[in-house]
Design a protein around this ligand. Structure first.
Ligand code: NOJ
Length: 533
């Protein structure tokens, strides 16, 4: 039975625990080795038992899968690889029946090159209405043989590809900040704006509870398209004043989107994916008339040490004070190395990941759990090159191995691949031999498992009025220890040191709500977090 909820008065998005399903890798019902929507439906009980409030689904739309589905060919359908619209509707009904909200991904920066708009653009002349939806430009140099500028793709290589123009000589170039199969849209174009508002309505009308906005910081480009001065092959980072990242014009888009979503009942909400230089820039995305929330990657990027974590927490909360938006906390997702590995790997990485989970779930705001994090999965670093599918691997000639290592299908049960992911052994990325012990069924039998820790902490978070939305206050501590309280009657202490440390005297001697490693009330063990009443 679900734990009693003490948080009914607060809008759900201010404090939800959202579980990220990477659709290809969650559960495979039809046995083709690729996860699908019927697979997700068959495993909703896991999310219910975990106690999360919502599930975010990565793109499941028709797509050539050049970038794991972030290359969308049709924004209003389901790829047959993953099921059908009926399957999607059934998933929403089942999820809602379990009290789980459903958030879908929207990909507005670019379409797939297989999208009918891009196919029409290629078949049309320069200057046509069809080309105006994308960013086609004439090349530089003699015969237009050089790209229009020096911008580089986020996945490596130039951000421009030349087309073979039957209708014009010389052929034009189109911009793609990601793969060449992901042409960027022109967000000054009214048709583009109208189309995406219509896509939002399409999914809202089907009952979704929100959207995760892909590359929310990338839609606007400097119309002058100035050179960045980057050496060829250099992959750009996000900086303020950049000609294509985090430009002020993107905010007009989100103000319009907010007025659309606000027409719908049930408080559907946005979460933006905006990689920006600092929490102040991030706060601009969550002003009252823009997005409800935005991922906080500054926390994700903080190192495992008390001062880095405290700075990330303070700066994130501080920047939000003026706009009144809640913070979000993320440790892992499908684009970054899993945090067990980032925090050192092996037993140390796992121990720190357990402590990090208690820290994240105690902070004010909403929290994101990437599938498999509740199992303590590490990054899979030993994938054979032939199995890798992330376009980054190909576009950097293997210099960057890419993101496949965090996308390996998750283990559910049994002793051999696919560990219950699908009916047989098939999985689109190979699973390591050691994953039997990390499977959901194995961890359910082990009270000390990562899965039990997540379940216990999320149930407590639901039951305790102090957790979720609200405020926190730091306590004085020993070096390498962070401690904070939340009202009423809650404290979290995290020891980032590699040796035991004292907890603040005001907190010592009482009961323990949950601890990430066994804690007898004396010194807090190394790399350990504890929740106290
Ligand atoms: C961010 C997504 O999370 C990532 O997986 C994708 O490759 C890029 N955006 C491009 O859509």
């Amino acid at each position: 039975m679900a734990a009693p909820d003490t948080h009914d008065e607060v809008p759900w998005w201010r404090e939800a625990v959202v579980y990220q399903v990477y659709v290809r890798s969650f559960a495979d019902a039809d046995g083709d080795g690729i996860g699908d929507i019927p697979g997700i439906r068959s495993r909703l009980a896991h999310l219910h038992a975990l106690g999360v409030d919502a599930v975010w689904l990565t793109p499941f739309y028709p797509s050539p899968q050049a970038d794991g589905g972030y290359d969308v060919a049709d924004y209003r359908d389901v790829d047959p690889l993953f099921g059908s619209l009926d399957d999607f509707d059934g998933l929403v009904t089942d999820a809602h029946g379990l009290g789980l909200r459903v958030v879908v991904d929207i990909v507005p920066n670019h379409t797939s090159s297989a999208h009918e708009w891009f196919v029409a653009a290629l078949a049309s002349a320069p200057g046509s209405r069809e080309r105006a939806r994308y960013l086609f430009r004439n090349g530089c140099g003699e015969g237009g043989d050089e790209p229009p500028n020096d911008w580089q793709s986020r996945f490596g290589g130039p951000a421009w590809t030349r087309v073979d123009d039957a209708a014009a000589t010389p052929g034009q170039w189109y911009l793609h900040l990601f793969d060449d199969a992901q042409p960027d849209l022109d967000w000054t174009n009214d048709e583009v704006k109208a189309e995406f508002e219509s896509v939002l309505r399409f999914w809202l009308d089907r009952g979704v509870d929100g959207f995760r906005i892909d590359v929310a910081h990338g839609l606007a480009k400097d119309p002058a398209m100035p050179d960045l001065g980057e050496a060829a092959g250099h992959r750009p980072v996000d900086t303020a004043g950049h000609p294509h990242w985090d430009r002020d014009e993107v905010h007009d888009v989100y103000r319009s989107w907010r007025s659309v979503i606000d027409e719908y009942p049930g408080a559907p909400a946005f979460v933006g994916e905006a990689w920006v230089p600092n929490p102040e820039r991030l706060a601009r995305y969550v002003r009252a008339d823009e997005l409800h929330t935005s991922f906080n990657f500054h926390f994700l990027e903080a190192k495992w040490d008390a001062s880095s974590m405290r700075a990330a927490i303070d700066e994130s909360l501080g920047a939000l004070v003026d706009v009144g938006a809640p913070a979000t906390w993320v440790l892992s997702n499908h684009d970054v190395t899993r945090h067990v590995t980032r925090y050192g790997g092996g037993d140390v990485g796992t121990r720190r990941a357990r402590a990090a989970a208690l820290l994240m779930l105690a902070l004010p705001g909403s929290a994101y759990v990437f599938q498999g994090e509740e199992l303590g999965l590490p990054e899979v670093t030993a994938l054979p090159d032939h199995a890798r599918q992330d376009p980054t691997f190909r576009r950097t000639n293997g210099a960057d191995v890419g993101r496949d290592g965090c996308r390996v299908p998750i283990p559910w049960s049994g002793d051999a691949p696919s560990y219950g992911f699908g009916p047989g052994a098939a999985s689109w990325l190979p699973q390591p031999d050691e994953w039997a012990a990390l499977a959901v069924a194995a961890q359910e039998r082990d009270e000390g498992s990562m899965l039990h820790l997540y379940r216990d902490a999320i149930a407590l978070r639901r039951a305790l009025p102090a957790l979720g939305d609200g405020a926190m206050s730091w306590l004085d501590t020993e070096p390498g220890v962070l401690a904070f309280t939340r009202d009423p009657g809650f404290a979290c202490v995290v020891n980032f040191n590699g040796a035991p440390a004292a907890i603040p005297t005001a907190l010592s001697g009482g009961d323990v709500l949950v601890a990430s490693t066994p804690f007898d009330g004396g010194l807090l063990p190394a790399d350990t977090a504890v929740w106290l009443p």
